[in-house]
Design a protein around this ligand. Structure first.
Ligand code: HEC
Ligand code: HEC
Length: 295
């Protein structure tokens, strides 16, 4: 057996060493990414400012200016790390807050841990001491809504007007009063009353600038809504808030029935096609036979 062309295993070692070193580098840097990206300023922008300002008034949640002065730090840490568990423990401060903020429960923000919660509280403390915090509030247009805004909002909601960043249409996951046909999806809540529920135009708009809830955040993080789209959606949702929520029980029965009718129809249709085909074949056999007999 010739040794030519055969690769000695030992020749591979230096290469393996290098690949190994490279993969370790990759693994190490992947592990380090979450640490770098835990910059509290960036984190607050992405995950908190949709519901909170620091010195800009209440949104869906309370203004956090000086919150470290009015509450115990340990309570704040526990609350930021897991609001639901503090609320469901019957904690009196949390219960009172939930009632005051229209039963909107603060979500547990993905990626939260004690170290980050500490950094966020330090940031809130520092920003509270400033004359004007960088988190005094995102810019929300205040001009009155027009009928054109409401119509654009309706078209965006229903997916008749594609979103500029190509995010999915609201109707795929949300129902709303007046949605045509069988109504919207059920992954997300019915949005008929959301304008009032989140506290009106400013809180709803800020909420939509950077949604921070478990499903909405990943869906719209890379495909944010534009300011014009948010204005139009707010106009549309304000108008809907006056209406009763849709009753879809009838629609669902109709949906099932129409499926059934379609299925039965298809069975008859295939049966007819089959019979026709069969007759067609038989007829041609008979014709052939006659032709050969005649010959
Ligand atoms: C979806 C909206 C929402 C998001 C996002 C949100 N919060 Fe909240 N937050 C609330 C609401 C509403 C309350 C009031 C308590 C309740 O109803 O759960 C609250 C309460 C608080 C409180 C207590 C305020 C007080 O007066 O005692 C702190 C502190 C807080 N949030 C910090 C944060 C931080 C930090 C983030 C980002 C990591 C954040 N929140 C993200 C809605 C939100
Ligand atoms: C992929 C499905 C999906 C799409 C698309 C979607 N949403 Fe959502 N939305 C959800 C879910 C699920 C929730 C509940 C909170 C969560 O888990 O993120 C939600 C929550 C909300 C809320 C808060 C409701 C409340 O009562 O607290 C608003 C406002 C909202 N969505 C608006 C919109 C708008 C406007 C659009 C279209 C631009 C949209 N959503 C598109 C799934 C979706």
């Amino acid at each position: 057996m010739s040794t030519k062309g055969r690769v000695d295993r030992r020749d591979l070692w230096p290469m393996r060493g290098r690949t190994l070193a490279a993969s370790w580098l990759v693994i190490l840097s992947l592990g380090a990414v979450p640490l770098w990206s835990q910059d509290p300023v960036e984190f607050f922008k992405k995950n908190c400012q949709s519901c909170h300002t620091i010195g800009g008034g209440d949104l869906t949640g309370p203004d956090l200016k000086d919150v470290t002065k009015r509450r115990d730090r340990d309570w704040l840490l526990r609350f930021i790390m897991n609001p639901q568990s503090v609320i469901s423990s019957g904690d009196p401060i949390a219960t009172d807050l939930v009632a005051r903020y229209k039963n909107v429960m603060m979500p547990t923000v993905p990626g939260m841990n004690r170290e980050l919660a500490e950094k966020l509280l330090d940031l809130i403390e520092k920003e509270s001491a400033l004359e004007k915090s960088q988190f005094a509030g995102v810019q929300i247009a205040t001009r009155p809504f027009t009928p054109a805004d409401r119509e654009l909002g309706r078209r965006i909601f229903l997916g008749l007007q594609p979103l500029e960043a190509r995010g999915p249409a609201c109707i795929t996951c949300h129902d709303v009063a007046g949605a045509p046909g069988f109504g919207g999806g059920h992954l997300g809540p019915d949005l008929t009353q959301v304008y009032a529920r989140l506290g009106g135009r400013k809180p709803l708009s800020a909420w939509l600038v950077s949604p921070s809830t478990p499903v909405m955040q990943p869906v719209f993080k890379e495909k944010p809504l534009t300011a014009d789209e948010i204005l139009a959606l707010a106009a549309f949702l304000e108008q809907r808030a006056g209406q009763p929520p849709p009753h879809r029980a009838g629609a669902r029965v109709a949906f099932l029935l129409s499926g059934l009718v379609l299925a039965v129809g298809l069975i008859f249709a295939f049966d007819a096609i089959w019979k026709f085909r069969f007759r067609g074949v038989r007829q041609s056999l008979i014709d052939q036979r006659r032709a050969s007999q005649a010959a």
